[in-house]
Ligand binder design. Sequence first.
Ligand code: G6P
Length: 434
Amino acid sequence: MSKKLKIAVIGGGSSYTPELIDGIIQRAIELPVHEIQLVDIKEGEDKLNIIYSLTKRMIKKAGLDIEVYKTLNRRKAIANSDFVVTQIRVGGLKARALDEKIPIRYDVIGQETTGPGGFAKALRTMPVMLEICKEIEELAPNAWLINFTNPVSIITEMVLKHTNVKTIGLCNVPVGMVNNIAEILECDKANLKIDFIGLNHMVYGKRIYLEGIDITTKVIDKLMEGKSPNMRNIPDLNWDPELIKSLKVIPCPYHKYFYMKDKILEETKQGLTEQGTRAEQVMKIEEELFQLYSQKEVEEKPKKLEERGGAYYSEAAISLISAIYNDKSEIHTVNIGNNGAISSMPGNVVVEVNAVVGKNGAKPITVGELPTEIKGLVQMVKAYELLTVEAGVNQCYSSGLMALVSNPLVPSVDVAKQILDDIILENNRYITLD
Ligand code: G6P
């Protein structure tokens, strides 16, 4: 194939963009990108300018012939793109700090993706994503939308149900799990295969294979010995060996919020005065990152970026884009319509599973039943996600309330109502529910 590619990055001023650019540079031989459009909103213009200059330096240092543009005109950026990557944060880190703080008032973990914090983020984000999708439908109908915008499950579900845009939702958690398990086993990650089953940030390794041999029990034993792979943004608590033995599948780091909610709540509350919320910690990291990005001698993705939770982000995104472009029929773990991959989930909901990826998109691979140990939790979280989509698309209070009531982190209707009312009040610029 020789077609040259145009990629539009919506939320181009994000501190994660150098990660993406690094991925494009690493795969330059197989992926002939000729144009990158970095687009952001007025409030993000200063950051966009810094990212734009750094991107130009990175591309120059790599000796590549890629045209880089920055713009506040999203339509112009999207027009005729082959791939549109969305990595937006509506309301910025200030809104995230509130998402993390409001639920704590009622002794509930906020969590910016999977908890009530993620619910608030979803409600702010859905109207903007609908606008973006309308523009893609009009200006780049053949483009693939690679969605990193959180909560990935909910946003991808909405795009799939309410637009005609071809989309795949992506996350770094599955890549991170493969890397971590390879590290624990001291083996080459290329020889390790995990049958993923579940939802974004609610995904389990059902079976694990090393060079084709099922080693699930060995991995469970290692985890029971106290090896608990984690991510930079999640409290570093060890798994209870008894839980790991009883689950019989491998949890992802985000499951700690569900299986250890009391401990995480306590730790979060204690940390509030010293370190602040994760959003407040990230604000500090970002400040330092942007200082680094502004230095003319910085021409590569700096190591400091590893302090964010999104490690391997570019690995996931650019290898997926390459698999589509080069029609590789390669296996990737993605968020797409279930279509029977998980037999205990409806066919038309978004799940996180392995899929064969080529030029026609991602075809999910059958992974079978959700084991009983995890079925209830996964199905409950899916119900929460579907109700959140209904609340966002129809601006419906009742769906919003039932969404929160269905979220396993929320203990009662009373608490759900108080959190919901606070979210609406403190996000009145972005959220209306009737
Ligand atoms: C992980 C998750 C992402 C999330 C990020 C938060 O990478 O998979 O969905 O956005 O962590 O990291 P942060 O550094 O912003 O807390």
